[in-house]
Design a protein around this ligand. Sequence first.
Ligand SMILES: *Cc1c(COP(=O)(O)O)cnc(C)c1O
Length: 406
Amino acid sequence: MDLDALDAADPLAPFRDRFALPEGVVYLDGNSLGALPRATSAAVAKAVAEDWGQNLVKSWNTAGWIDLAADIARDLAVVIGAEPHELAVGDSISVNLFKLLGAARSLRPERPVILADKRNFPTDLYVAQGFAGLTGLGLQLVETPDELAAAVTAGTALVMASHVDYRSGAILDLDRLVRAAHDQGALCLVDLAHSAGVLRVDLAARDIDMAVGCGYKYLNGGPGAPAFLYLAERHHAAARQPITGWFGHAEPFAFEPTYRPAPGIRRFQAGTPPILSLVALREGIRIAAEAPIEPVRAKAKSLTTAFLTLVDQHLGDQSFTLVSPRDADKRGAQIALAHPDAYAITQALIARDVIPDYREPDIVRFGFAPLYLRHTDLQVAVARLATIMHERAYDQPAFRTRAKVT
Ligand SMILES: *Cc1c(COP(=O)(O)O)cnc(C)c1O
């Protein structure tokens, strides 16, 4: 395996320069918090000093703040295969999910069940629980996402799932799920947190009804970046959402006492958008829209495959278990390795400038952002991991103390 040759032949190599990466650090956590695009610092500084500092409230019009979320949707549409007018950028996945659950209820009022699986990201399940409690809908949970398709019935209003499993990186067979849902007249909602920006998503071509996704992972929008939601155009006229805020009103600045939904996707906006965060998100999504998805996907497969080969070579004698699919076609841009000392190992790696993250109960999760990672970085990462394992360097009390954020 010639890692230098793989990097030399990498069509995406120029993208690395678009990011401000700390010297000497191998960053394998772009799926948790994407790296900082170089353009972001200047864009945010300008928005603060000039637009806010000098032009103050005028900037809603003169700097285009009022249209910023819709502007970002144009680039995002390219990344995930949708139309800009089917995307609402803003809020978090959690809040957007709540809005879409409400929309699903308005579109399938006679159906009593939301269907999900226990492996989905906890916030997705928590929000569904909250929504079910509020509305009296039932929440039916199956054990794994593979069981969802067979569990859809004529009583299912909505089936929801993650495109890529946040823990294992396994890719869900979306086409099968959408078919199963539509065969029964149900709607299908997909969480794109770990696929937007690294996998071909193609929401429209796949006939997906609804989606949510994250701005701060592979889209490099910065900590707490606004998320997004997608609703297929065919549902726009009939869909209602429960957070009926003034930014989703037909005429927010008419200041009417009664809510009237805006036509189209804008009714999914709720409150005042976080402009500084949107300014940062715009830079991240702009880069993602410039990177063609085929080479991005090919590089994700190549990086994860190279990493696994190195792990097999250098860590075969350690008790790591591969949690991710072996077949590169079946996994996203991440590798999960289980180990009884996973938390301490993660901390020891971070202390040596290799940054993965830890996921309960026993997983070291490595993310491989194709726009800024090189194959040669993997050699460094696995060499440091091998040293840590062979010296048992993780076996220190300091590495076992849990921080607030793992
Ligand atoms: C990261 C992630 C989220 C985050 O939700 P927020 O409400 O935006 O914090 C949700 N779902 C999945 C699958 C994720 O990976």
